[in-house]
Design a protein around this ligand. Structure first.
Ligand SMILES: *Cc1c(COP(=O)(O)O)cnc(C)c1O
Length: 503
């Protein structure tokens, strides 16, 4: 096969199908539409050249549809194709956000029910679907917490406590909201250090941002005590819900003492992600924060006097809203922090998540968490049994992910990055590397529930084989990947200053 090494494939005189000869009277174009150069500098290619070019390019990406993708914290689970079918239904795909709500009651019902499902899953009292991603949900949540304190006239609260295992978006969000980050250390079992928490709790604390299970893949053993202590100090507890896949259908974050939390629909609820979006980061809150939610959100209005209900399941008769005086409306909460997104969020993503929830039901969602945790523990046990890679806090049962370390006895020069790059040669997407920051040479592995035992075994076998290669021929790893379209990149520059074409 000829694999062109240059990007420029143009060849003078080549072209795709030409339109048929004109069989209607010629109508001259208005002057404003006429080009003033003789010809545009467009590549000259046949249709087949173009098809091959783009299909070839598309295959250079790694994707969950082609490859095991154990990218820790990112929950790269299979995206069921039925979600796509639902989102492509003309009534959803062709809708306009400015349509009169009375003409799009079906779409509003979907949004309203999605708000209610997320509330049921998490135990919260009200939900906004507006935020476009997890980090955006975090900012929304922190702005709600800030406004809650301001509204009570408590202006001296300016600090947010963030454990040192947190995702980088937590301190970034805090700073963007104009608040100060106070970092909390972890204890010897990977939990928040309770003494450090107590020492930092006072009347200047807005709240704590906590990920549970945390980014070490560990369930916070003292979560009830942590949330109680923060509440006793007058603070609120923000839940980073990115790891909900480990507990969905099993435990409700609101019951653990969280006051506000974002969901990553593109993680737990299987909408496609990677490459920058679009995603969705709905935010759930306890009742006392509901008035601060960004709006508008979908509410149910029984009649004009009843005022809107934020949530609650739709009864059968309410489904026939037109006949019973029930109506779904856009509602702006009275003390809202305002809008955080144009229109109503990433609607297509919301349809996909709704479909996923309906396809699974409560029992199915619980099995998602159980199998995600089972798969992670199986993979962890296989690596521990072999002894090639240490596992941080490996004595504990992990949740949906665990953090191994790219530290191979007998191969002191080989690092996590080399192991990750070598995995690409074997056709696997690498795990998350060098995060969380508190684990040296971190290799954060999240298999998700959608992988078979055969895939997990193939991955474990490959990691074990790579450890052997590291001892016998470390240079092989240092120069990996050998079989990828590109070798080692300056990853930061490739993302920030991409060169998309060669001119
Ligand atoms: C993914 C993730 C986020 C951010 O979510 P985005 O949707 O990528 O903005 C925050 N915290 C944790 C723990 C995550 O894994």
């Amino acid at each position: 096969m000829i694999e062109p090494t240059v990007y420029e494939l143009s060849s003078p005189g080549r072209h795709g199908p030409m339109p048929p000869k004109l069989d209607v009277p010629e109508a001259p174009l208005p002057d404003g539409y006429l080009r003033d150069a003789e010809a545009l500098p467009l590549p000259e290619l046949s249709e087949l050249d173009v098809v091959r070019h783009f299909v070839r390019l598309s295959q250079k990406n790694m994707a969950i549809d082609t490859t095991f993708y154990p990218l820790g914290s990112c929950t790269m689970k299979y995206n069921p194709k039925v979600n796509e079918k639902a989102a492509a239904m003309p009534g959803f795909a062709n809708i306009h956000p400015l349509q009169d709500p009375d003409l799009v009651q079906g779409a509003l019902q979907l949004l309203y029910e999605l708000q209610a499902y997320l509330a049921e899953i998490s135990g919260f009292d009200a939900v906004t679907l507006q935020p476009a991603a997890g980090a955006h949900g975090e900012l929304t949540g922190v702005l709600i917490m800030r406004k809650y304190h301001q509204d009570r006239g408590d202006a001296k609260r300016t600090k947010i406590l963030v454990p040192d295992s947190a995702h980088g978006t937590n301190p970034a969000t805090t700073t963007m909201a104009g608040l100060q980050v106070v970092e909390l250390p972890s204890d010897s079992r990977g939990n928040v250090d309770l003494e450090a928490l107590k020492a930092n709790l006072d009347d200047t604390v807005v709240g704590l941002m906590l990920t549970n299970p945390n980014t070490l893949g560990l369930f916070e053993e003292h979560v009830l005590e942590v949330t109680r202590l923060v509440h006793e100090a007058g603070g609120l507890v923000y839940g980073d819900g990115a790891n909900l896949n480990a507990i969905v259908g099993v435990a409700k974050p609101a019951h653990l003492g969280f006051d506000v939390m974002h969901f990553n629909l593109h993680k737990t609820f299987s909408t496609p992600h990677g490459g920058g979006g679009p995603g969705a980061g709905p935010v759930g809150v306890v009742a006392k924060l509901a008035d601060f939610l960004p709006g508008p959100i979908v509410a149910l209005e029984k009649d004009e006097r009843s005022g809107p209900f934020l949530l609650g399941p739709l009864a059968e008769e309410e489904h026939q809203h037109e006949h019973n005086g029930y109506r779904l409306v856009w509602y702006m909460p009275p003390k809202s922090i305002g809008r955080v997104k144009a229109f109503h969020g990433n609607f297509g993503v919301l349809v996909r998540a709704y479909t996923y929830i309906r396809m699974h039901g409560a029992e199915g969602l619980r099995r998602v968490a159980e199998n995600a945790v089972l798969n992670a523990n199986y993979l962890k046990a296989r690596l521990q049994q072999e002894g090639s890679y240490p596992v941080a806090y490996g004595e504990r049962t992990c949740m949906h992910e665990f953090v191994a370390q790219g530290i191979i006895a007998g191969a002191p020069d080989v690092h996590t990055m080399d192991i990750a790059k070598r995995l690409i040669d074997y056709g696997f997407h690498p795990p998350t590397v060098y995060f969380p920051l508190i684990v040296k040479e971190a290799l954060m592995i999240e298999p998700t529930e959608t992988e078979s035992k055969a895939t997990l075994d193939a991955f474990a076998d490959t990691l074990i084989k790579i450890a052997q290669e590291a001892r016998e021929n470390p240079q092989l790893l240092k120069e990996a990947p050998h079989h990828a379209p590109v070798r080692r990149l300056d990853e930061v520059r490739a993302a920030r200053e991409p060169i998309l074409c060669r001119l």
